[in-house]
Ligand binder design. Structure first.
Ligand code: F0G
Length: 465
């Protein structure tokens, strides 16, 4: 066997190519908008070396070497090794030089157990991988470190994105670290304050456009035709390469056992596509032998993928006019829908939609497990409850929820929830009655010990945590 063993450096040198997901043409350059000039479909990154007869065999032989190498890097002092993304650089497009990476030591996001959420969902056990524990508080950092590094390597001075908030916060941070300027287009009045304030602090030129996310995307596409700016939305396939490492890290955290299910929120559908790509590649390389079912959950008011699957079998996108308080996923015309459909088909996953009240309830329940997340992330728990009821997920199955953003991204939502104001005056007001058990409004008191003790006694009696 020894003479067949290939050192990890062999994979490190594997060359990546850009390929159209529609007509499969190989493209030399991503162009301005990362779409195929012939058919208009998105591009993806492939590694042709892995497909060659020899390549697969070589990769299989060194699967265990890769696992060891990736684990060893966790104790290294090198920036590239401390990054939970570049630690997996053998399966990423290679930057010319190692120090070319712009890294904030992203990735390395914790895996938590959610015992009380498990009970509420009817599961024996439940896990959350909290991508909100990244440097700017969302999963976007794992993709941004890769795409921003390639932008700088290509010599761009400006990077730009349309965003519901997290992409802009992340892009602004990585651009600043990498010495580039950044242009942010966000829908006015539709993004959480935490995210907007991050973009400002990291020095982005921030434009609040009087439109929605899909309108911002449209304007961005026009900007890039006129100015040499590099797009850092998830249409950029380098973003997805970075984001896929969360799945590899997850496998590592489970000691390379594959869970039965992975449940992901769906907005523009880049993240679900990226995670699915990773699992498929890990299988192709022989690091795992089965796949988890990847299921995608959307808000009822922003359910383009759910409708696309249910009404056309995934053949034709049904765009919607998006409305949801989970502003991160308020997207009606998801760019990566074809990639996501492919992942659903390849992993036998499903789609589900959840209501505004279900999202708010699930968010508070995740908070009560001491974890917390932003509203868009909570669709995963709300969706899981439905999938358990439908029998798609069995109570003994192993399930991981991908929590995509940090609780502090959107404090306004949380405060309104606990004060009981979130649904006041909306058509959800009646349904929201079920939330009262989760609501813990701050209590205003005189600055004396007695009223505080009284509140404490009352809470003890009621068993409120
Ligand atoms: N969760 C959070 C917290 C997000 O910010 C997003 C997307 C998603 C889930 C959905 O991920 O788009 O890959 O399907 N936010 C983008 C943004 C669109 O601009 O920050 P997706």
């Amino acid at each position: 066997m020894a003479e067949h063993t290939v050192s990890p450096s062999k994979l490190e040198q594997s060359i990546s190519q850009l390929r159209c997901i529609g007509c499969a043409t190989i493209r030399e350059s991503p162009g301005r908008n990362f779409r195929c000039p012939a058919c208009g479909d998105l591009l993806e990154i492939i590694y042709p070396g892995w497909r060659a007869e020899q390549g697969i065999q070589a990769a299989r032989l060194e699967a265990s070497a890769l696992k060891t190498l990736w684990r060893q890097r966790r104790t290294s002092q090198l920036a590239m090794d401390q990054s939970g993304v570049w630690r997996f650089r053998e399966v990423l497009p290679s930057l010319g030089e190692e120090h070319a990476a712009i890294t904030l030591r992203e990735g390395n996001a914790p895996l938590y157990e959610l015992p009380s959420c498990a009970r509420l969902a009817g599961m024996q056990q439940l896990y959350a991988k909290h991508q909100g524990m990244n440097p700017t508080g969302s999963f976007k950092d794992t993709g941004m470190t890769v795409a921003a590094s390639f932008a700088r390597q290509e010599g761009f001075r400006w990077v730009a994105c349309a965003s519901t908030g997290n992409t802009s916060a992340s892009m602004a941070a990585y651009a600043a670290r990498g010495g580039m300027r950044s242009l942010v287009l966000v829908p006015e009045g539709q993004i959480a304050w935490g995210k907007l304030s991050q973009a400002l602090d990291y020095g982005a030129v921030t434009c609040q456009l009087k439109t929605d996310f899909d309108g911002c995307m449209r304007v961005l596409n026009q900007v890039v035709q006129r100015m040499p700016v590099y797009v850092l939305n998830s249409v950029n396939p380098y973003r997805l390469e970075g984001q896929k490492t969360a799945a590899i890290e997850l496998l590592e955290q489970f000691d390379w056992h594959v869970t039965d299910h992975v449940i992901v929120p769906g907005g523009n559908l880049g993240n679900s596509s990226a995670l699915g790509k990773a699992f498929l590649e890990m299988k192709e390389l022989g690091l795992i032998s089965t796949l988890p079912k990847i299921s995608i959950i959307q808000a009822e008011g922003a359910n383009a993928l759910v409708r696309t699957i249910r009404e056309t079998g995934g053949k034709k996108l049904i765009p919607v006019e998006a409305h949801t308080m989970a502003t991160a996923i308020r997207i009606g015309n998801p760019a990566s829908w074809k990639k996501a459909v492919r992942v659903l088909e390849a992993t036998s996953g499903t789609v589900e939609q959840v209501s505004e009240v279900e999202i708010a309830l699930a968010k508070a329940e995740i908070g009560a497990d001491g974890i917390g997340c932003e509203p868009a992330s909570a669709v995963t728990l709300a969706g899981l409850k439905k999938l358990v009821k439908q029998g798609f997920v069995k109570s003994r199955d192993s399930v991981v929820l991908i929590l995509t953003g940090h609780l502090l991204k959107d404090p306004e939502f949380t405060l309104k929830f606990h004060r009981g104001d979130l649904f006041a005056g909306t058509r959800h007001e009646k349904e929201a009655g079920i939330l009262s058990a989760q609501q813990r409004a701050p209590i205003v008191l005189d600055a004396n010990v007695d009223p505080v003790l009284k509140v404490l006694e009352q809470a003890e009696k009621e068993g409120i945590r």
